[in-house]
Design a protein around this ligand. Structure first.
Ligand code: FM0
Length: 328
């Protein structure tokens, strides 16, 4: 039996989105993406390789998960077993730390924590670059959660050249505020959504055509620590990504009426003089990009339209950490 240590990974939010795969099996993306790792949400995971187990097992928040949930996990475990020459099946124990139960559990933090935890349990001493590649095989966005602050996932051309690199530690005045939108609609997973968009949306090529310009502009804005520009570029990039889904067949959107209410509030805040922009991912929640020093004021303003429990402040967070004991 090989029992590893607990590893903590924080979630990240993309400011330049990953949306589409060139290689579905290896998870090689169509474009580079760039994200900010946050302190507010994280996953802690431990892996035990045990010869007595008949199959891999995943416990999430003390509840055993079904085969569908195990799929991404098994991809990572199989790669680790092959690298380490291990045959034993694994028991994976994982805890999601999210302030509310509003669908904010993230595959980015989950698969990044697993990459760290599984490689430790197997006795592998992987570099950050190798960990990023391993996390990527579980879920593309997880490649970026290996690092704190801003990270760029460089698409590369094959398994060996597709990984994230750190860009800036974000130890300046930037933060994010989540507006958690509750809606009951069944989501199109990001995996299915991007696949359908690449295959069928006539707008997909337009999305790809402007990415290099968005990436170089946001890197310059990060260098200048210009939160207004970083947010403006991220907002335009997110709206372009979401436009591609309307052109898909069958068409779909992640926006709900409350998402649009949140976007309107952001425009109001800008009229009040705040530097604030939004981004959205494969779900209805809206994430604001603003000065960390103005998080409290902006949250107070939003309380006229949203409840306290819907508003979550986030600051830049760290990369993968080994923790002596999990915190739940
Ligand atoms: O995070 O199919 O990583 O760049 O969040 O597992 O590789 O869950 F808005 C969408 C994340 C996609 C943008 O996709 O997909 C981003 C998204 P997988 P992920």
């Amino acid at each position: 039996m090989m029992k590893g240590e607990w590893v903590r990974a924080h979630t990240n939010i993309a400011l330049i989105k990953y949306w589409g795969k060139e290689n579905e099996k290896l998870i090689i993306p169509m474009n580079n993406s760039l994200s900010l790792t946050l302190d507010a949400f994280y996953t802690e995971t431990r892996v035990i390789f045990d010869e007595n187990l008949k199959a891999d097992e995943l416990y999430l928040d003390n509840t055993i998960q079904d085969l569908a949930a195990l799929e991404k996990v098994k991809t990572v475990l199989n790669i680790v077993r092959e690298k380490a020459g291990i045959k034993a099946k694994a028991r994976v124990e994982s805890y999601n730390h999210v302030p509310t139960a509003a669908g904010l559990a993230s595959s980015a933090s989950g698969l990044a924590a697993l990459a760290g935890a599984a490689s430790l349990a197997a006795g592998l001493d992987l570099s950050e670059k190798e960990l990023s590649k391993l996390a990527r095989r579980g879920s593309g966005s997880a490649s970026r959660s290996v690092y704190g602050g801003f990270a760029e996932w460089q698409k590369g051309t094959d398994d060996d050249t597709s990984y994230a690199v750190p860009i800036d530690d974000a130890s300046w005045d930037i933060g994010m505020l989540f507006i958690v939108v509750n809606d009951k609609k069944k989501d199109v997973s990001s995996r299915e959504g991007m696949r359908r968009t690449v295959k069928t949306s006539p707008f997909y090529q337009g999305w790809l055509d402007t990415l290099d310009a968005d990436l170089s502009a946001i890197k310059e804005a990060i260098k200048q620590q210009n939160v207004h520009e970083v947010g403006a570029i991220a907002e335009r990039n997110a709206l372009k990504m979401h436009a591609t889904t309307l052109g898909a067949n069958p068409p779909f959107t992640y926006w709900s009426p409350d998402s649009m209410r949140a976007m309107e509030s952001v425009r109001d805040l800008r009229e009040q003089g705040y530097s604030v922009h939004f981004t959205m991912d494969a779900g209805p929640n809206v994430k604001l990009i603003c000065k960390q020093s103005q998080l409290a004021e902006i949250k107070a303003y939003l309380l006229k339209d949203f409840s306290e429990s819907q508003l979550i402040e986030a600051r830049p967070g760290p990369g993968l950490l080994v923790v002596s004991e999990f915190s739940k």
